[in-house]
Design a protein around this ligand. Structure first.
Ligand code: SF4
Length: 409
C-alpha cells in the first residue's frame, strides 16, 4: 500500500464574516489501488520489489544517478568524516562548483584533521581567501585544533557531539551525522527545502515553513529498511544526498524536469502544475546601502595594507586602509579617515565606485589613490607588501575589487 502526505489550507470565517486562512492541515492519504500504468512506471524506477514508497524510489534513483563530487566516496566505500566535514563547512553559503577546487587544495595540503589542526590560522586563511564568509575559515581551524587536541583526531559520531565543535550548527551536525556516520537524521538545505515544499505543496512561506518542511523531509527517511529494523547505521546519508542531488539536477528553481523525476507520481505541486511557485517566500528585507572609502597607496611596486581585527566582519583578513562603512556616509567624511602619510597632500579619486553585496547589506566604496616616495614609512599597524605577492594575502573579494579598481587592473 502506498501513502501520500499532502498539505491543505484550512479556511475559517473571521468576526467580519469574511473567509480567511486559519492554518494548514497535514493529510495522510492511503492509496490502496494504484492504477496499473502508475504501478508499471514505479516498477521501472524501483530497485526493491516492495519499494513503492518515496524513500525507496529516491534511493533507487540515487544509486543510478548520484553526482560524482570530490568529497563523495564511490558507492560502497565508507565516507571519511574529515572530508564530509570539510566539504559541509565549505558548502555553507557557497556553491558546489566554487567549492570543488578549494576542497582539492585543502585535502592536498592537509589530508586529515590532524594535519589541519597543526596548521597556522594564517595559512588556513590564505588558502581560504576568495571563498568568502571568513568566520567559517576561523571556525574550521578552531574545530580541527579541538578535534586533534580533545578528541584524539576522531570526530564525534553523534549530532550532539558534533554540535559541541566550533562552526558546526544544527544543519551541519545533521549532515555530517547522516553522511559520515549513517545516523537517522535529515539535514535540510535549500535544495531539499525546495523539493519537499513542492512534493507536499507547502503553502506556508519561508522561513516560517521551516519546521514543517523539516518534519516532512524527515518522513522521507522512514521507508529505509535497515533503519526500520532499528539499525542505527542506516542509509540516511544517501537519502539526504539523493534529495540534494534531485534538487540540484532535476527539481531546479526554474523549469524543473518533472518528467525525469522519480517522485513525479506523488508530487502535489506537479499534479497542480504550479511547481515553480514553491517554496513560497515571504518578501525579502534587504539591509540599507552602506558607503565608504578605500585608500590604495603604492610605494613603487608595493601596496599599503593592514589586518582587520580578529572579531567581526572579515575578521583577521587583509585590507587596504579604509573609512567606516556606514549608511548615508558622505564622501567628505570618508576622506577624512584617510591614512596620514608623509608627502601625501592630495588624494586622487578614481572614477566610479566598487560595489559588493554582503549577506546583510550592500556596500559601495569610493576608491582614492596616492603614490609615495621610496622610503615612506607605513603608519602604525600598516605594512607594505609587494603587489606581485598579493595572491598570497588573505584578501576578501571586496578588497580584491577595490585594489583592482585602484591599480587599474
Ligand atoms: S515532480 Fe517536479 S516539482 Fe515534484 S519533486 Fe519532482 S521535479 Fe520537483
Amino acid at each position: 500500500m502506498a501513502h501520500v502526505f499532502i498539505t491543505r489550507r484550512v479556511m475559517a470565517c473571521n468576526p467580519q464574516g469574511k473567509t480567511e486562512l486559519a492554518g494548514h492541515a497535514l493529510i495522510l492519504i492511503l492509496k490502496r489501488d494504484v492504477p496499473s500504468s502508475t504501478a508499471t512506471r514505479r516498477k521501472k524506477q524501483t530497485a526493491p520489489e516492495d519499494g513503492v514508497g518515496r524513500p525507496a524510489l529516491l534511493l533507487a534513483w540515487y544509486d543510478r544517478h548520484r553526482r560524482r563530487l570530490p568529497w563523495r566516496p564511490l558507492p560502497g566505500v565508507a565516507a571519511d568524516p574529515y572530508r564530509v566535514w570539510l566539504s559541509e563547512i565549505m558548502l555553507q553559503q557557497t556553491g558546489v562548483k566554487t567549492v570543488g577546487p578549494y576542497f582539492e587544495k585543502f585535502v592536498a595540503r592537509w589530508p586529515d584533521v590532524e594535519a589541519l589542526g597543526s596548521a597556522s590560522l594564517d595559512d588556513v586563511l590564505r588558502m581560504w581567501a576568495g571563498l568568502g564568509y571568513y568566520s567559517r575559515a576561523r571556525n574550521l581551524h578552531a574545530c580541527a585544533v579541538k578535534v586533534r587536541r580533545d578528541h584524539g583526531g576522531v570526530f564525534p559520531d553523534t549530532e550532539e557531539g558534533l554540535r559541541s565543535l566550533p562552526g558546526i550548527g544544527p544543519y551541519t551536525a545533521s549532515a555530517i551525522a547522516a553522511i559520515a556516520f549513517g545516523r537517522r537524521t535529515m539535514p535540510v538545505d535549500g535544495n531539499i527545502e525546495r523539493v519537499v515544499a513542492r512534493l507536499f505543496a507547502v503553502e506556508e512561506p519561508l522561513p516560517q515553513a521551516k519546521p514543517l518542511i523539516q518534519q516532512l523531509a524527515t518522513m522521507l527517511l522512514a521507508g529505509d529498511e535497515r533503519s526500520r529494523a532499528g539499525d542505527e547505521k542506516s542509509r540516511a546519508g544517501d537519502s539526504a544526498q539523493a534529495l540534494m542531488d534531485l534538487g540540484s539536477s532535476i527539481c531546479t528553481p526554474k523549469k524543473p524536469a518533472c518528467a525525469l523525476c522519480p517522485l513525479n507520481d506523488d508530487c502535489a505541486a506537479h499534479t497542480r502544475g504550479d511547481q515553480e511557485t514553491f517554496p513560497r517566500k515571504a518578501p525579502k528585507k534587504t539591509g540599507a546601502l552602506r558607503r565608504g572609502a578605500a585608500f590604495v597607496v603604492t610605494r613603487g611596486d608595493q601596496l599599503l595594507v593592514q589586518t582587520r581585527p580578529e572579531k567581526g566582519l572579515l575578521g583577521g583578513m587583509t585590507e587596504v586602509p579604509g573609512s567606516d562603512w556606514l549608511a548615508g556616509q558622505d564622501d567628505k567624511a570618508a576622506l577624512q579617515q584617510a591614512p596620514v602619510l608623509k608627502g601625501v597632500t592630495r588624494w586622487h579619486r578614481k572614477a566610479g565606485v566598487v560595489t559588493h553585496v554582503f549577506t546583510h547589506f550592500p556596500l559601495e566604496l569610493v576608491v582614492y589613490t596616492a603614490k609615495v616616495a621610496a622610503r615612506t614609512r607605513p603608519p602604525a599597524k600598516m605594512r607594505w607588501v609587494p603587489i606581485a605577492t598579493l595572491a598570497g594575502e588573505a584578501l576578501p573579494n571586496v578588497m580584491r575589487k577595490a585594489i583592482a579598481h585602484g591599480l587599474g587592473f
